[in-house]
Design a protein around this ligand. Structure first.
Ligand SMILES: O=C(O)C(=O)C[C@]1(C(=O)O)C=C[C@@H](O)C=C1
Length: 263
């Protein structure tokens, strides 16, 4: 058996298992709708923390017996259960409001289309079958004010990130409002240096960015002391500055998705 054949054969086995896993996940999803139907009849809440605790304890134990790491099993099943809960919520909302299959909310967030907050809010709404009317804001204060004044139904605020920690400005804003946190989501932040097509890193002289991405990219930036930093109120603004400029010497720190949405 050649090395190449052996690798291909193993990959085929992995792909077959992945197909089975997906089919099982889809089956589990369908079963969660049966649970929702029965809860609708019995008038019981979707979330059953006792059941979740028992389920996770059993799965972590069984996983350990099969050599699987407890954190791995836990995070996997937390995602699966979250999907199950969201699916049940969407089903029950659809049943309660048959005419309004998709609810529409105005969501205030930092920056403009393409900012990380916009991407996070979009994904949050998509997962919940909610149509988002987006309201870009210039500051965290403006987001809170938009909700307090009724211009927006919800505000989307970044609380913390794993590389540079808590976002203190947001905690300050939260101390001066009576609004409550009603949901949360996490997104993976992958920064890119976005420039005009054809521009090379060696040509870039000025980088536009929000202070958060600047601190998150401090290692990269410390290797490029020649780059002049221009602070912006959001990643979307940084990308717009570059988009509006004809210079090949400017770049912005932002997401690839954001870059696509702006170009
Ligand atoms: O068993 C239930 O009551 C379910 O709704 C299913 C399920 C799950 O996906 O396993 C989802 C949410 C509950 O909090 C507990 C478990």
């Amino acid at each position: 058996m050649t090395k190449e054949y052996s690798l291909n054969h193993t990959r085929e086995q992995i792909s077959a298992l992945d197909n089975e896993l997906l089919a099982l996940l889809a089956k589990r999803r369908d079963l969660s709708l049966d649970v929702a139907r029965s809860k609708e009849v019995d008038i019981r809440p979707i979330r059953d923390t006792q059941r979740e605790k028992e389920l996770l304890t059993r799965l972590v134990k069984q996983g350990r017996e099969q050599g699987l790491d407890a954190h791995y099993v836990l995070s996997l099943y937390q995602s699966i259960i979250e999907d199950s809960v969201l699916n049940q919520q969407a089903y029950l909302q659809g049943r309660a409001n048959p005419a309004l299959q998709k609810q529409q909310y105005t969501i205030a967030y930092l920056g403009a289309r393409g900012s990380y907050s916009y991407l996070a809010a979009t994904r949050y709404c998509e997962r919940r079958q909610v149509t988002m009317q987006d309201l870009g804001c210039k500051s965290f204060d403006e987001i809170v004010q938009a909700v307090e004044s009724g211009h927006a139904d919800y505000g989307f605020l970044p609380i913390e990130n794993t590389s540079s920690g808590s976002i203190n400005e947001v905690y300050d804003v939260l101390q001066h409002t009576s609004l409550s946190i009603v949901g949360e989501t996490t997104i993976e932040v992958g920064h890119c240096l976005l420039a005009h097509p054809g521009a090379r890193l060696s040509q870039i002289k000025t980088v536009y960015a929000h202070p958060q991405p600047i601190s998150q990219c401090s290692r990269f930036l410390s290797h490029h002391p020649e780059l002049k930093l221009e602070y912006c109120s959001s990643s979307a603004e940084a990308m717009e500055q570059v988009f509006a400029s004809n210079e090949m010497t400017v770049a912005a720190i932002g997401s690839a998705e954001g870059g696509h949405s702006i170009s």
